[in-house]
Design a protein around this ligand. Sequence first.
Ligand SMILES: C[S@@+](CC[C@H](N)C(=O)[O-])C[C@H]1O[C@@H](n2cnc3c(N)ncnc32)[C@H](O)[C@@H]1O
Length: 313
Amino acid sequence: MPPQPAPPPAPDSTTAAIRANYARVAGTYAGQWAETLATHGRALADRLALNRQTPSAVTGAAAAVAAAIPASEAVTGAATAGVGSGVVGRASGPWVVEVGCGPGLVLRHLGEVNPGARVVGVETEEMLRQAPAGFGRVVGDAQTLPFGSGVVDAVVMPFVLFHLPALAVALSEVRRVLVSGGAFGAVTWAGHDPHPAYDVWVRVIDEHGAPPDPSPQMPSNDITSDPAKLRNALQAAGFGEVEITVERFRHQPTASEFLAHSQVIGAMARRIGQLPPDRRTACLAVAEEELGRLDPDAFIESGTVLYATARAT
Ligand SMILES: C[S@@+](CC[C@H](N)C(=O)[O-])C[C@H]1O[C@@H](n2cnc3c(N)ncnc32)[C@H](O)[C@@H]1O
């Protein structure tokens, strides 16, 4: 019987704060920005499609795991009108898991490029309730994955690694749940080009005396934005065949899209959320006025992302 995971420790406060931020915006995590990220998630999924793996990677340890996990704890894709939790095993067939799947914008594509695979998203309950039907949904944290050991054929984590305070623990967890030879892929932020609209937004918020963001955001970005450091972290966690490429991202909202999105998601949204209502209203009015005067190109958010793929050794 494969070793089973130890009971999860209490999530630390950084993890709890980051997860709570996303849980709060689960119902509004949508639109052009979310789609831009999901486009990269889908491109990552294409690179990891199971039919490009060695056959041994997809035959896995399914039967042994099915025997090891009580049926009552198994969460099956078709059955998840609700959301499951607990340690999960599988009955048959390859499993593809997106850890930190948000509202599930990449899940359908993962299913399309991995025909026959059971696709499962791991997230907070709030996010999973937004996810499309027909996929496995398991409440869980990347640092204590809710799966038995050696049961998953592929794990993808688009735009998640930098959020994890215990990055090394999470990568070891991913390695633990993967079958030998199983595939891993991540996309992470690398560099940002100048973004004049964001600079105006920050300045106006500063001028209105908004307190600092109370929440940490990207505790592992120093590692995950650097190809050499990310490669080392993956190798230290038991991955081989590490490939990292630096690619471009680009997103261009209109002024009103920028303002609407920026009030809901991110550090500045949390900052203005702490202002008293009258100051907040004044701040938004000034921001709207100043942003409305900018050239459309000032709203282009662009830069680089890292695509990392690796195989469990
Ligand atoms: C930028 S969103 C990306 C969502 C999705 N992967 C995509 O590309 O569309 C980051 C997601 O990471 C999740 N996340 C943050 N910390 C996490 C953790 N410790 N374990 C699992 N997911 C986490 C958040 O809940 C959030 O939904």
